[in-house]
Design a protein around this ligand. Structure first.
Ligand SMILES: [Zn+2]
Length: 278
């Protein structure tokens, strides 16, 4: 069931380090940069900065959790509608989120988790561009079973949203399999078809980033799923709150408008903040 951890964000019985509180942004964040990148499909991806950070955060807050990463992408990729983003394979969605992260906050992802054995902090650094290059997508799998041709496609954000309120892990797994295989939930029999889950995990493994970490305090080795969607959402939230705090201070001191301060080059904004601190 290891691979399913990523796909069940709200089921408390399933460890989910990527979306929980035990993995987080290790620093309050760096200055926002502006940028524009062309991805492999030629779609322009706009960096999140200034006013766009605030809009992305507000849009995401108004949506259920599985949709929040898409709120970020929708703003960064205005030529791609939300329905297209929602049906995008998770590995492809993650690649776009990594690209967005790289051009918005830099390619170095400094994160931390806590040791499952002794609670010591585990810090690690990932390269968003390297992770993105490692992503390759397989769209579907076909096989013959009792003379019947079976299909399974990769999971997408629509599937995640559909299983969020499942009563149990088994229910969620059954629904994921049914949705991705185009069959009824009642036709999913884990005992008769134990290979279906294995096929699902194998097909969707590219959507996962597993980090092997060793605790310096107790030498415990552990693996965590690095979830770029949850990570970037928390990072955008932190950046938005920091920007609002800066706007509050500068507006109070100088009387400038929110829009003027949000549009200001971060270096200039920091210079004014330093003057207020001196
Ligand atoms: Zn430890």
């Amino acid at each position: 069931m290891q691979a399913l951890r990523l796909f069940l964000p709200n089921l408390p019985s399933i460890p989910n380090l990527g979306q929980g509180s035990s993995i987080g942004v290790s620093r309050p964040g760096k200055d926002l940069s502006t940028g524009l990148a062309e991805n492999d499909q030629g779609d322009a991806v706009n960096a999140l900065s200034g006013e766009r950070i605030l809009i992305a955060w507000e849009r995401g807050l108004s949506m259920p959790e599985p949709w929040r990463p898409l709120a970020l992408l929708e703003l960064a990729m205005p030529e791609t509608d939300i329905a297209t983003l929602a049906s995008m394979p998770l590995a492809e969605r993650n690649a776009k989120l990594l690209e967005l992260r790289s051009i918005s906050f830099g390619r170095a992802i400094e994160a931390f988790a806590t040791c499952p054995l002794c609670d010591a902090p585990l810090e690690f650094v990932l390269n968003a561009d390297d992770l993105r290059r490692n992503v390759c997508t397989a769209a579907e799998e076909t096989w013959i079973e009792s003379k019947t041709e079976m299909h399974m496609r990769v999971a997408n954000s629509n599937d995640l949203a559909a299983v969020v309120d499942s009563a149990s892990e088994d229910d969620a797994c059954a629904m994921l399999l049914a949705r991705t295989m185009g069959i009824e939930n009642t036709d999913v029999d884990f005992k008769a078809h134990s290979d279906w889950l294995t096929r699902f995990e194998h097909l969707n493994a590219v959507a996962e980033t597993v980090c092997a970490l060793t605790c310096e305090a107790c030498a415990e080795r552990s693996e965590i799923d690095f979830d770029i969607a949850g990570f970037l959402w928390r990072e955008v939230g932190a950046a938005a709150r920091r920007l609002l705090s800066e706007i509050h201070r500068l507006a109070s001191a100088y009387g400038w408008s929110e829009r003027e301060i949000a549009a200001m080059n971060p270096a200039r904004r920091n210079a004014y903040l330093e003057m207020l601190n001196s």
